[in-house]
Design a protein around this ligand. Structure first.
Ligand SMILES: Cc1ncc(COP(=O)(O)O)c(C=O)c1O
Length: 341
């Protein structure tokens, strides 16, 4: 396995199912759409972060850490799952929630992920500036210094690039798993569609696929920043992770495909396309997406089909990266009067 040299702790339920989205495929009339259910990784309601945390926390334990520190938006799935992992492993944990999405209703602050984080009972710090990744990380390191002074052994899981992309290794491993499933099912995969945020999922999946000889195109849909900045970030991450697994020769900038046409006004903000995508996945195949990540990547997939980029005869895998608890922070997703008999 490509990631065997790195410390890892078991957190994710794997392999996650790979199953057809039969009704959506028929409805859209384009490629055969399959869904890789990384919303089913377990760990307090699942999601892609379980795979990434296996390597961060593996590293933390190897260093003798006793306390995890991390940061994210108020509805961060990463924060929820980090806290859950800390509880499971008997580690202490402190988290920081950033004010990233303006103008949200009270449910955004009280329901879904922040509700679950409170249930785990860990200290929550607030960070009012949501668009300052480096600043958010600095605040974590300052808190870590205070904990060290109390003889604790803190481990920071940072947000900004500039640290070793350990989380991406989780998606190198996921790429191995996906290709093994495709072999068993005797199907070829032409495309993988995923949300691109910190870029760890995107870079890891790409590096893993290319390292194993798959040329499937990976379509990354921006969820936080515009495509120029995201492409640059993913390209850097891709080289770093490819180097870590000894596959530098297998990847290049030309592998990085990003699109920001479904980003809308910004991170965590709904668009008509996202509302349509969430409704279609639910009503066609009983799949729950989320407003911040998979709603945007599904809107992206629908766009690829409608533009003819992905047509009949192709086989596309939609990577469901989770995030569903955040649905409860967006009550406007269900129209007034919906469900009245
Ligand atoms: C549900 C979900 N999908 C996708 C992403 C983006 O993944 P990455 O940060 O690896 O780009 C996140 C990140 O927070 C997430 O919570």
């Amino acid at each position: 396995m490509l990631t065997d040299d790195f410390p890892r702790v078991d957190l994710a339920h794997t392999p996650t199912p790979l199953e057809p989205m039969g009704n959506l495929s028929t409805e859209l009339g384009g490629p055969e759409i399959w869904i890789k259910r990384d919303d089913c990784t377990g760990l307090a309601m699942g999601g892609n972060k379980a795979r990434q945390l296996e390597f961060y926390i593996g590293d933390a334990l190897a260093q003798g850490a006793d306390t995890l520190l991390t940061t994210g938006a108020v509805q961060s799935n990463h924060v929820r799952m980090t806290v859950a992992a800390a509880c499971k492993l008997g580690l202490q944990c402190e988290v920081q929630l950033e004010e990233r999405v303006p103008g949200r209703a009270p449910e955004y602050y009280n329901s879904g992920n922040p509700f679950l984080v409170r249930l785990f009972g860990v200290p929550i710090h607030r960070y009012t500036e949501g668009e300052d990744e480096e600043g958010a990380d600095r605040a974590l390191y300052e808190r870590a210094a205070e904990l060290k002074a109390e003889s604790r052994k803190p481990y920071v899981i940072p947000l900004a690039p500039g640290h070793k992309p350990l989380g991406a290794l989780g998606y190198v491993k996921a790429a191995e798993e996906l290709l093994a499933q495709a072999r068993t099912l005797e199907i070829a995969i032409d495309a993988v569609i995923l949300p691109s945020g910190s870029g760890s999922t995107h870079a890891g999946m790409l590096a893993g696929l290319r390292a194993l000889g798959s040329q499937a195109r990976v379509y990354g849909f921006c969820v936080r920043r515009h495509k120029e900045a995201q492409a640059e970030r993913v390209a850097k991450r891709l080289i770093e992770v490819a180097r870590m697994i000894g596959a530098e020769g297998a990847v290049g900038d030309e592998d990085v495909w990003v699109d920001d046409s479904t980003l809308g006004p910004g991170y965590g903000q709904l668009t008509e396309g996202v509302v349509e995508a969430i409704g279609l996945a639910a009503r066609q195949d009983g799949i729950l997406l989320d407003p911040t990540y998979t709603g945007k990547s599904m809107a992206g997939l629908i766009g690829l089909v409608r533009s003819g980029e992905l047509g009949p005869g192709a086989r596309a895998v939609f990577l469901h990266t989770g995030g569903t608890p955040a649905l409860f922070g967006y009550p406007e997703l269900v129209a007034e009067g919906e469900g009245k008999a």
